[in-house]
Write a protein that binds this ligand. Structure first.
Ligand code: F6P
Length: 200
């Protein structure tokens, strides 16, 4: 058994404007989270390395290839791996827009996606994402040591649903708050979770 720590990137410039997609950098608040997250992880490592029944020795940090996740990992002093499969959902022609702008300019498309985010065929659907993330999940299953995954809202929904044994179709509305670490502890019949709210 190994523990998995799941976090979104720190708040990005686009998050502050409510823009979908993109590859923006972290906002000042997001940069502060990068520091707090690094301190949290190193502290947990120190506290738990010697007695935790779950090994907490060699933590690896997995991110996407997007600036906001790599910047969030930048101060953490452990080995890092970047996965393109963990990049955020592709919002297609809605990239760079706000939800309000999409609703205003493409009301039918907006309503269709709201009604079926799992199957919505334009850009990338959650169904598409499950297929592209699957190889990363298989690799995760092979790990013997804890992994900290710094991902994105949609990507973390897929990973969380998989690890917690939720139905794929139900993943689309799982709340994945910013600046919160979800620790997932596998057990014989599933998993339990613990949350750390690292908001200032
Ligand atoms: O708003 C942040 C974000 O990660 C966007 O980049 C992405 O398009 C969106 O969340 C995905 O969430 P939903 O599937 O709920 O629209």
């Amino acid at each position: 058994p190994r523990t998995i720590l799941l976090s979104r990137h720190g708040e990005s410039e686009d998050n502050t404007k409510g823009l979908l997609g993109g590859d923006s950098q972290l906002s000042p608040r997001g940069r502060a989270y990068a520091k707090v997250l690094s301190e949290f992880i190193t502290e947990q490592h120190e506290l738990r390395r010697n007695y935790d029944y779950l090994s907490f020795n060699n933590i690896t940090v997995w991110t996407s290839t997007m600036k906001r996740t790599m910047m969030t990992s930048s101060q953490i002093p452990y080995d890092k791996l970047q996965w393109r499969q963990l990049d955020e959902i592709d919002a297609g022609i809605c990239e760079g827009m706000t939800y309000a702008q999409v609703e205003e300019s493409m009301p039918k498309e907006f309503a269709a996606r709201q009604a079926d985010k799992f199957g919505y065929p334009r850009g990338e659907s959650y169904h598409d994402m499950i297929y592209r993330i699957e190889p990363t999940l298989m690799e995760l299953e092979r790990q013997r040591e804890p992994v900290l995954i710094i991902g994105h809202q949609a990507v973390n929904r897929v990973i969380y649903a998989y690890l917690m044994g939720k139905k794929p179709i139900d993943c689309v509305e799982i709340p994945i708050p910013l600046h919160t670490v979800m620790e997932i502890l596998p057990n014989a019949y599933g998993a339990t979770e613990k949350r750390y709210d690292l908001n200032d």
